[in-house]
Design a binder for this molecule. Structure first.
Ligand SMILES: Nc1ncnc2c1ncn2[C@@H]1O[C@H](COP(=O)(O)OP(=O)(O)OP(=O)(O)O)[C@@H](O)[C@H]1O
Ligand SMILES: [Mg+2]
Length: 262
């Protein structure tokens, strides 16, 4: 388990297209307590994936300070903690079975081979894929592939779980099932989760806190605490009202189209 502390995080990308640098993030301050479920919400290109890449140590070239469980994430340290990362697309290795995909992650994290079978069977069972452990990814539906990715992320027993629009490629019915599955696992394991989404309703359904970003360069525009009791219900009118109000914060407009102050 881990708490996350991000102070004055800025990120400039230098590329051929932007030789002088493109400011993607500008002074992000974010503190996430142990076991919290936080959604990052904001327009395309505002730097949400960049935040995740910095947090997991994939991108150590940033300005500011990033600590997970008190340890600095840096080029020298790499990521000195265990992280689970679920991407928008499942990113399974197509030549490996579902079981081997999960085992590959366990191996990469240095988990003893003697634990692999129990962890794989446990997590594949948890996401409803016990009968597909020996199948290859092309034999699975999109939702089943994404469930494999979730099993893989939880199987390493991560200290933080980073999820980048993991359900946005799924139809709404499958996405609902997946959100409920994720919440039930989260309630059980109480991981610290940072979940990126464009979807205000999804953010309100899932999160303890929603952090709303401005358009690029990404800055934190507003934070919204979601105090609805769990388990949450899709039919709850309060959820709908909250998501309308969060949508207004993201778009900066009211229902009548009047601009809100930042
Ligand atoms: N590797 C890279 N090299 C150069 N620029 C990059 C790179 N990755 C991201 N960017 C730029 O940084 C900005 C933020 O990108 P990022 O992918 O973090 O946005 P995002 O909020 O995740 O967007 P989306 O919701 O569309 O996934 C964008 O303007 C993008 O063009
Ligand atoms: Mg992104």
């Amino acid at each position: 388990m881990a708490d996350i502390e991000v102070r004055r995080l800025s990120k400039v990308y230098r590329s051929r297209a932007h030789p002088d640098g493109l400011l993607a993030l500008d002074g992000i301050d974010l503190a996430v307590a142990d076991h919290q479920f936080v959604c990052l919400l904001g327009p395309s290109g505002c730097g949400k994936s960049t935040v995740l890449n910095v947090l997991c140590g994939l991108d150590p070239q940033y300005a500011g300070e990033v600590r997970v469980a008190g340890r600095v994430v840096s080029r020298a340290n790499g990521h000195p903690f265990r992280v689970g990362y679920v991407f928008q697309e499942p990113r399974l290795l197509p030549w490996l079975t579902v079981r081997r995909n999960v085992e590959f992650a366990l191996q990469s994290e240095g988990i003893a081979k003697s634990e692999w079978r129990a962890r794989c069977d446990g997590w594949l069972g948890r996401v409803g894929l016990a009968d597909f452990a020996e199948a290859h990814p092309h034999e699975l539906s999109g939702g089943m592939q994404q469930r494999t990715a979730i099993a893989r992320a939880f199987a390493v027993d991560p200290e933080i779980l980073l999820m980048d629009e993991p359900f946005s490629g799924l139809d709404e019915l499958t996405a609902r099932t997946m959100r409920e599955l994720l919440l039930s696992i989260w309630l059980e394991t109480k991981k610290t989760v940072i979940f990126v989404t464009h979807n205000c309703f999804e953010a309100c359904f899932l999160a303890d806190r929603i952090v709303v970003f401005t358009a690029r360069p990404g800055r934190i525009k507003r934070e919204v605490t979601i105090e609805l009791p769990r388990p949450r219900n899709y039919e709850d009118a309060r959820l709908f009202e909250l998501s309308v109000s969060v949508t207004h914060h993201v778009t900066g407009t009211t229902a009548r189209g009047t601009r809100l102050p930042d």
